[in-house]
Design a protein around this ligand. Structure first.
Ligand code: PGA
Ligand code: ZN
Length: 426
């Protein structure tokens, strides 16, 4: 058994892909370093754990000096001398020290940085890759949900749906999946350039194009056309992240989509039409974050994968409510929504026990830290959402997965349409 005792915990501010500060934590245990960066959302759910920002003028209010100080001055003295593992004990100590339900005393960003860096230090102390340290049976590579057209809060266009996704679910390997995604993206660029001129090639927060459109059917049409031109109709399926909370108007109980108001029934009708027309196999957050009933209705009616992001916020209690109601059949899994690795792992376990799939996800504000690559394999989730493969903070995850695929060798499985129940198929 290696020495696992923590000798130091240090945090600092680093920048994320939007140029905004985020927390980076170093944990040294048994003489080895574990380092992790904390990601940050832009279309966040109301029920997420509390991300502590400084406010004021510095960095436009986005500074995280207080969260950094909470790691250095409050968490470090409390945990030095403790063991970095088991993870549950470490995370329980963090939760207890914070003492609030939403981690607002220390900041979920402070807590998560320590939790993830500790997991890395423990893996390093055992001389194992993180995915293997967390799961002796980790072997499934994730099929990516590749977000090639951006809208909503991630783009400066008029598309209300946040993500228009292509899924290389018929690829033969991780690398083949990325080849398909890139070839489709190149075709998509040509199509958008022809149609709208150069301005259409501007990209959104996750690297997908942000064309000047408002009609979601038109966007799906271009994506389809790009897949066809690239010659991959047989290997690709489609998905959406609607992030519907962000165009829902609670006062009138309607969704304002492309200038038109729809009630819940109208939205469900629209989704059913898009599913039938485009062969969509997965929809995330089709309705607002409190509409468990509407989620249940669409899940039953559509028969496709319905994913809860703002609905569940990777929170075991909200997921339990969803399971009870039959709301969605898939959990979007973002560690920073709940704030510790153990709680996020609990949410995934709970999802699997109730036949929910798990989609491991980035945030729109990411760094080069590729920890979700390891976590997706550790969970054998079979699905990951990590943006368009065109910018460093996104390719970091894809490249990490290529390395993991190489490490796993013939023991690794890239799930195909026929090979795995974890992949939604058209
Ligand atoms: P966010 O978006 O990281 O800005 O919340 C990602 C998502 O909604 O899936
Ligand atoms: Zn989402």
């Amino acid at each position: 058994m290696p020495d696992l005792s923590i000798s130091s915990i240090t945090a600092r501010e680093v920048l994320d892909c939007r140029g905004l500060p985020t927390v980076q934590v170093d944990v040294i245990a048994g003489g080895v370093l574990g380092r992790a960066d904390v990601p940050s959302g832009r279309s966040t759910g109301s029920y997420e754990a509390h991300e502590l920002r400084d406010g004021g003028a510095r960095f436009g209010g986005f500074g995280v000096r207080t969260a950094v100080a909470n790691v250095n001055d409050r968490i470090a003295p409390h945990l030095i001398g403790h063991d970095v593992a088991p993870q549950r004990a470490l995370d329980a100590a963090l939760i207890e020290l914070d003492g609030t339900d939403d981690k607002s005393a220390l900041g979920a960003n402070a807590i998560l940085g320590v939790s993830l860096a500790a997991a890395r230090a423990a893996a390093a102390a055992h001389e194992l890759p993180l995915y293997r340290y967390l799961n002796a049976n980790a072997h499934v590579l994730p099929v990516p949900q590749v977000n090639l057209i951006n809208g909503g809060r991630h783009a400066s266009n008029d598309l209300d749906f946040q993500e228009f996704i292509m899924i290389p679910s018929g690829a033969e390997s991780m690398l083949h999946a990325l080849q398909i995604a890139t070839e489709v993206n190149l075709q998509l660029g040509e199509i958008l350039l022809d149609k709208f001129g150069k301005a259409a090639l501007n990209t959104g927060d996750e690297g997908g194009y942000a064309p000047p459109l408002s009609d979601p059917e038109e966007a799906l049409g271009y994506l389809h056309e790009a897949v066809g031109r690239a010659g991959y109709d047989d290997l690709v399926s489609y998905g959406l992240d609607c992030a519907a909370t962000h165009y829902y108007d609670a006062a009138t109980e309607t969704y304002l989509l492309a200038g038109q108001r729809h009630d819940r029934a109208g939205m469900i009708e629209l989704y059913q039409r898009l599913i039938a027309r485009f062969g969509i196999v997965t929809i995330e957050d089709p309705l607002h974050e409190d509409d468990f009933e509407g989620f249940a209705e669409l899940t039953a009616a559509s028969g496709i994968q319905i994913v809860g992001d703002d609905l569940f916020v990777t929170n075991p209690a909200r997921l339990a409510r969803g399971i009870e109601a039959g709301a969605a059949n898939s959990l979007l899994w973002k560690v920073n929504q709940i704030g510790t690795l153990s709680e996020a792992l609990d949410a995934a376990d709970q999802a699997y026990r109730h036949d929910y799939t798990v989609v491991v996800s980035e945030r729109s504000g990411e760094t080069e830290d590729a920890i979700i690559a390891d976590l997706s394999v550790a969970l054998n989730a079979g699905q990951i959402k990590t943006g368009a493969p065109v910018r460093g903070e996104r390719t970091a995850k894809y490249n990490a997965l290529l390395l993991i695929a190489e490490e796993l060798g013939t023991a690794g499985v890239y799930p195909t349409r026929t090979g795995s129940p974890t992949v939604p198929v058209g």
